[in-house]
Design a binder for this molecule. Structure first.
Ligand code: AMP
Length: 302
């Protein structure tokens, strides 16, 4: 694995593989790599000739200076993990390479960025994400870029900007990797001390309760959200939001008639966590005549 720090060196490293028809997979990260990131790198390794991992803690997407200052950084460790997972090229630019003096451009994805995380962290968060991801995609020019379903709203924003700006690549979403007890892996989990580690399970418990209500036949989004919130409160955690929305445009759903995203955010001690799940309405349920019974058949309930 080679490490490059400038756009010039990055492009020089890709000058030969691209015309030779080699496919390039990009995995953008902010470092502090864990098995979630590694799963994206492995997916990229399986499907591409060349794997580029970017390592850049993007100051523009932090709404809280303390969060940015506390963000875990250890490039040597990240480089070793990235190399072991099959990375060919590590792009680890300094901030001045990404945001040179006089930098004045923002990519803003309207609508999608104002809800959920945007409502709580401010739209500047997703402006920062959209701008840096657009830059990384144009710097690297990958055939495929890999993102985690863990950050479902980020994924929706990136899909939209790629479509709107006609960027010539495919976005691949990878499933959320979890601890054995269900906690979604996150670079911020290192801040979960003592009882907060146990309470952090509230997010997954809330999603599981929402899923259980759905699988028992509930189709009223408010009732599903209530079931989720109640499960979280049993662990003493109040969600900032627990919302049932459309996975593509993130608009609130009232009655579930297609697949929905259940997205949750909560502060556990000083640490802010997010998680989500998709409730999938099988073809059976979509074609089911009204009043044909609410319980899902056993085959769909697992
Ligand atoms: P980050 O370094 O937090 O910006 O994350 C880099 C990429 O890893 C993003 O596409 C995230 O969605 C993805 N990611 C983060 N946590 C997980 C996880 N637990 N499972 C799968 N992907 C993840």
């Amino acid at each position: 694995m080679r490490t490059v720090r400038t756009v010039g060196d990055l492009r020089a490293a890709l000058r030969e593989p691209r015309p030779a028809g080699h496919t390039i997979g990009l995995v953008p990260t902010m470092g502090a790599l864990h098995d979630g990131h590694i799963s994206l790198i492995r997916a990229a390794r399986t499907a591409n000739d060349l794997v580029v991992v970017s390592l850049f803690v993007n100051p523009a997407q932090f709404d809280d200076a303390g969060d940015l200052a506390r963000y875990p950084r250890d490039e040597a460790r990240d480089a070793a993990l990235a190399a072991a997972a099959g990375t060919d090229l590590l792009f680890a630019p300094p901030a001045g390479e990404v945001y040179p003096d006089g930098f004045a451009t923002t990519v803003h994805v309207a609508g999608l960025t104002e809800t959920l995380e945007g409502a709580h962290r401010g739209v500047a968060h997703f402006d920062g994400v959209a701008t840096v991801v657009t830059k990384l995609l144009t710097m690297v020019g990958p055939d495929v870029a890999y993102f985690g379903q863990k950050d479902a709203q980020q994924l929706a924003v990136i899909r939209r900007l790629v479509r709107d700006l006609d960027l010539p690549l495919h976005i691949e979403a990878c499933p959320t990797v979890r601890e054995p007890d269900g906690l979604a892996l996150s670079s911020r989990n290192v801040h979960l001390a003592g009882a907060d580690r146990e309470r952090a399970l509230a997010l997954k418990r809330g999603l599981d309760a929402a899923t259980a209500a759905f699988e028992a036949g509930e189709r009223d989004a408010a009732a599903i959200a209530r079931a989720g919130r109640a499960a979280m409160e049993r662990l003493g955690v109040e969600p900032e939001y627990l919302a049932v929305v459309s996975p593509d445009d993130l608009r609130p759903v009232r009655t579930i008639a297609a697949d929905v995203l259940v997205a949750v955010a909560a502060r556990v001690g000083p640490t802010r966590l997010i998680d989500n799940t998709i409730l999938r309405l099988g073809a059976w349920a979509q074609t089911r005549p009204p009043g044909a019974g609410e319980a899902a058949p056993a085959a769909l309930a697992g």
